[in-house]
Design a protein around this ligand. Structure first.
Ligand code: SF4
Length: 480
């Protein structure tokens, strides 16, 4: 997937002015957050459950290399084939070559963020292989050539008229209709035809169990199960942090994942696959290939700060609680992962040169940290990225400090360490700010500043500081 995070500010501005985006942002995040909150009530001790989830992900991070080796050993013993992909090019090449070797003219896909990260659809198209998204939201987004708007509702913001038009244009729909049920049925019938005589299906992986070599998927539409059971060859693509130690751990994480994502106690379909179809089984693939993707994660793991982002289980709860996502939606984040989840993953995987605005688009309100079932400390990570950006970290890159930022911090450090400078600078700042004063308010402070203050007024600043008034009153007292 092409990274467009460099245009974060422009896209965010456009989304702020888009009435449709704003309408959906008034509904979707709040609704999902309320559902999550209600679902968490079903735990006898929600805090303990939450903390147990943190502990499982903590263990995964501590033991990641060992768990991956165990997973590989057990998946191989189950009859699966494992491919370790160093980067997206290697993963795409493996999958495209496999599709060609199997004579697949097209493949079907279940919703998966990791294949968005790979840009797999585009890579397959270059090899002459069509990829069909089979999740309804992803299917609509694919037909429209749009990235996902939200991890749970990739096309939730698309107008029904737009869906009707694109369905008619692509031959999904024969007769025009705006009935959502009829549109859903048309998509289902169109995609069902793709599952017949399917050579190859591709899915992501929600969890991979080290102790059993099992890959787990959770979904609500049943399309992933069709992707897994219909084709002769199944490819499951997982980013390497998706591993968990045991089935018990996986079940616990599924309980918090489903509640955090959609407010369900469990997704409608849970698929556990340990190897390809065995003799006597009625469905399932003849071959199961598991692609374990690194794509920068080993380097991310080597840094004790950035490795924390590998805890993420892609539940999307942080998107729904984030005040920034709640204003701009998913498009400005410019890559596979949006919201706070994207803000901690994208800079580590893509570097800071293109993501400097992304790591600054945060008020550090801590809501994401509080809600995260994996125990990620997003605010600390964002401060770390900002620091590394200014320092031009050798691995992550970065833009260095802008002249204004460097000057501001240098002056602030002077003022903070030498009282004379503090007095001088605060006096100058007061004089400058009060030039815009009208009555009790300072308007038009944007003449000197950017961002936050462009749309805000300040209360007028007092003519004299507390210290100045204190000294004056002392002098007056001494004279008396
Ligand atoms: S960062 Fe935490 S809350 Fe956000 S998607 Fe990942 S696991 Fe869920």
């Amino acid at each position: 997937m092409k990274l467009t995070t460099r245009q974060f500010k422009q896209t965010a501005r456009a989304e702020l002015n888009d009435a449709r985006t704003q309408k959906f942002l008034q509904i979707l995040p709040q609704r999902l957050s309320a559902l999550r909150q209600a679902a968490y009530q079903s735990f006898t001790d929600a805090d303990a459950t939450h903390r147990f989830g943190h502990a499982i992900r903590e263990e995964v991070i501590q033991r990641l290399p060992e768990l991956l080796e165990d997973f590989e050993k057990n998946a191989l013993a189950n009859g699966a084939q494992i491919f370790w992909a160093r980067d997206s090019a290697a993963a795409n090449h493996y999958i495209a070559s496999l599709a060609k070797a199997k004579g697949a003219r097209y493949v079907t896909k279940g919703k998966s963020m990791v294949t968005e990260e790979l840009g797999l659809n585009e890579a397959l198209a270059l090899e002459g292989i069509e990829a069909w998204e089979t999740d309804l939201g992803e299917f609509i987004a694919q037909l429209l050539g749009k990235p996902p708007f939200h991890i749970v509702g990739p096309a939730i913001n698309i107008a029904v008229e737009q869906i009707r038009d694109i369905f008619l244009q692509k031959g999904v729909l024969r007769e025009p209709t705006l009935d959502p049920v009829a549109l859903g049925k048309a998509a289902r019938q169109f995609l069902r035809s793709k599952f017949r005589d399917l050579q190859m299906g591709i899915t992501g992986v929600n969890m991979a169990v080290a102790a059993t070599g099992t890959v787990i998927n959770v979904e609500n539409e049943g399309n992933i199960r069709l992707n897994k059971s219909s084709p002769r060859t199944l490819v499951c693509v997982m980013s390497l942090e998706k591993v968990v130690p045991t089935l018990t751990d996986a079940l616990h994480m599924l309980r918090v994942l489903c509640r955090s994502a959609t407010g369900q106690k469990a997704g409608a379909y849970l698929s556990f696959d340990s190897g390809p179809r065995r003799p006597g089984e009625i469905d399932g693939p003849e071959e199961l290939h598991i692609v374990i993707l690194d794509n920068g994660r080993s380097a991310m793991y080597a840094d004790p700060h950035t490795r924390e982002a590998l805890r993420c289980i892609r539940c999307g709860a942080c998107l729904n609680t984030c005040p920034v996502y709640g204003q701009v939606g998913g498009y400005p984040y410019g890559w596979a992962y949006s919201g706070p989840m994207g803000q901690v993953l994208t800079p580590a995987l893509q570097g800071l040169t293109d993501t400097g605005d992304l790591v600054r688009a945060c008020t550090l309100c801590h809501r994401c940290k509080i809600i995260c079932p994996a125990g990620i400390d997003h605010p600390s990570l964002l401060l770390y990225y900002r620091h590394q950006d200014v320092q031009k970290n050798p691995r992550l890159g970065g833009r260095g400090a802008a002249l204004g930022e460097w000057l501001g911090h240098t002056l602030f450090s002077l003022a903070g360490t030498r009282y004379g400078y503090w007095r001088l600078f605060t006096k100058l700042a007061r004089l400058a700010a009060n030039r815009q004063r009208r009555g009790d308010w300072i308007h038009g402070i944007s003449a000197y500043t950017q961002g936050w203050f462009q749309s805000r007024d300040l209360p007028a600043l007092p003519e004299k500081s507390f210290h100045e008034r204190w000294e004056e009153s002392k002098k007056a007292e001494d004279k008396r």
